[in-house]
Structure formats: structure tokens, C-alpha cells
Design a protein. Structure first.
Length: 88
């Protein structure tokens, strides 16, 4: 399996999603340090976790698109399955 994403649009979307998650995480850290409301902190943390998971799935989906035309698809699909499972 290729080690880099070649789809520039997918890379841009994934990077944007991760940057948003980074901003959300900064807000969670600030809330924790400032003694923020526990419910709000947990809600924000859940949003960060979801955003990171979605970025991971987007990376895997982009990798799947890349490998559709490559020769050793069976092996690649097994590798991709392992990647999906690592996010659960």
C-alpha cells in the first residue's frame, strides 16, 4: 500500500478537519485549565474525538480509492481493514 495520499483535494479536506479538531482541543484544554463546567468539557472532548475519528476514516477512504487500480488489491484491502479496526 502506498505510504502517502496522492489526492490533493482529499489531503486538503483531511488537513482542514484536523486543524478544526486542533482548535477544538485547544478550547478543551483551556476549559480544563480554567475550571470549566464538566459537562461542557466532556461535550467538547466528545466533539474533538469525533472529529479525529472522522479524519482517520477520511484518510482510510482516500487510501482505498488510491489502491482500487493497483495490482495487489487483496493484500491492500486486508491492510485497510486493519487500519479501520485500529480506529475502533
Amino acid at each position: 500500500m502506498s505510504t502517502a495520499l496522492r489526492d490533493e483535494e482529499a489531503v486538503r479536506r483531511i488537513a482542514n478537519r484536523l486543524k478544526r479538531a486542533q482548535g477544538q482541543l485547544a478550547a478543551v484544554i483551556a476549559a480544563v485549565e480554567d475550571g470549566g463546567d464538566c459537562r461542557a468539557v466532556v461535550t467538547q472532548l466528545s466533539a474533538v474525538s469525533s472529529a479525529i475519528d472522522r479524519a482517520g476514516f477520511a484518510v482510510i477512504a482516500a487510501a482505498m480509492q488510491q489502491c482500487l487500480g493497483e495490482d495487489d488489491a487483496e493484500l491492500q484491502m486486508a491492510d485497510l481493514e486493519k487500519l479501520f479496526l485500529s480506529l475502533s
